[in-house]
Design a protein around this ligand. Structure first.
Ligand code: AHM
Ligand code: MG
Length: 343
């Protein structure tokens, strides 16, 4: 049960017993993410004021220029999580290999691994557009007392015990799930406290927003091209509205509230798409499903994909259930697209 003015701290304590391994560890883990997010928020909000934007000259393992705030966010989340006796390993978009955390008091006694994209959409920072943090949490599969291995990180998304995102937008919000629905908390910057502002978030079953980088149209598979034309057709409740921020967290957040679909498909130049399975798509897919939405790679449920590499990519179709099902039907049935009259 939620009540007015409930803080994130109170909510975590109140709902702790819902969690099957109710030792309080997961609560402490979410707490540390909440703290790191506040620190990153503080820095992101200063981005236009101080000389903190711009690249540091390094490129991350994806070959992209790293922004200073990417580095700051990465270090903040890693340090905050490392300093508590909860996490045995962290994988980040910004680090080629996973980080092993031995723990201060006992060797490798911690239960959880965290996968994180510390600052997603960071190319938007210099133009004052919303960015986000995405996180995914699993219980380790290797025995306590031993160092984590890659196996602990390469778990299918349906085994996530919690996932969430922070959106540094017009206000800062932390949205997360532990498998019992999705709840959103808004930061009151004056008090530094998150309040439950969006209890039990649900994707509308239908929507009228489609979000895709249409500049890549010529590179899209036939089914995706056909679905785009379907969205633009003047029929029933269409044409839909096109909205694309280019910041995954913001695009999904808006679509979850208003009803819509987000697509980053495979392209002729990037057959696996752009987005990373483990710390972008899986957490968003877990949230989407918990909110009554759906996430697919076009052929299968994202949460059932068996990961084989830390930084692997996947095509991603995520959003309102009926819209995702429709998009999948176009992807899987090229004949359907031939029946259409679109060019
Ligand atoms: P990033 O991890 O380098 O920030 O890239 C991920 C971002 C997503 O937030 C966004 O949805 C997508 O890349 C946009 O890509 P594009 O510019 O190709 O449309
Ligand atoms: Mg990213």
């Amino acid at each position: 049960m939620t009540h007015k003015n409930q803080t994130l701290g109170e909510f975590i304590i109140e709902n702790q017993q819902q969690f099957p391994y109710a030792t309080g560890e997961l609560s402490r883990l979410i707490n540390s993410i909440r703290l790191a997010a506040k620190m990153v928020n503080h820095e992101v909000n200063k981005a236009g004021l101080v000389d903190i934007t711009g690249t540091v000259g390094a490129t991350n393992i994806q070959g992209e220029a790293q922004q200073k705030l990417d580095v700051f966010a990465n270090e903040t989340f890693i340090n905050t999580l490392t300093n508590r006796e909860i996490v045995c390993g962290i994988a980040s978009e910004e680090n080629e290999d996973f980080i092993t955390i031995r723990g201060q008091q006992h060797d490798h006694q911690n239960n959880y691994v965290v996968l994180i994209d510390p600052l997603d959409g960071s190319s938007n920072i210099d133009v004052n557009v919303s960015v986000g943090t995405i996180f995914s949490i699993y219980r380790r599969v290797t025995p306590i007392g031993t160092a984590v291995t890659l196996e602990d990180f390469l778990q299918p998304g349906h085994l996530q015990v919690a996932a969430g995102y922070v959106i540094y937008g017009t206000s800062t919000m932390l949205v997360y799930t532990t498998g019992h629905g999705v709840n959103g908390f808004t930061l009151n910057p004056a008090l530094g406290t998150y309040y439950l502002s969006h209890p039990n978030m649900l994707f509308p079953e239908n929507g009228n927003i489609y979000s895709i980088n249409e500049g890549n149209y010529v590179h899209f598979p036939a089914g995706i091209k056909a679905y785009i034309k379907y969205c633009q057709e003047e029929k029933e409740d269409r044409p839909y509205t096109s909205r694309y921020i280019g910041s995954l967290v913001s695009d999904i957040h808006r679509n979850m509230i208003k009803g819509g679909i987000y697509i980053y498909p495979s392209t002729s130049t990037a057959p696996e798409g752009k987005l990373r399975l483990l710390y972008e798509c899986n957490p968003m897919a877990f949230i989407a499903e918990q909110a009554g939405g759906m996430a697919s790679d076009g052929n299968m449920r994202v949460l059932d994909i068996r990961p084989t590499a830390l930084h692997q990519r996947t095509p991603f179709i995520c959003g309102s259930k009926n819209m995702v099902e429709k998009a999948i039907s176009f992807v899987q049935n090229p004949a359907l697209s031939k029946k259409q009259t679109f060019v």
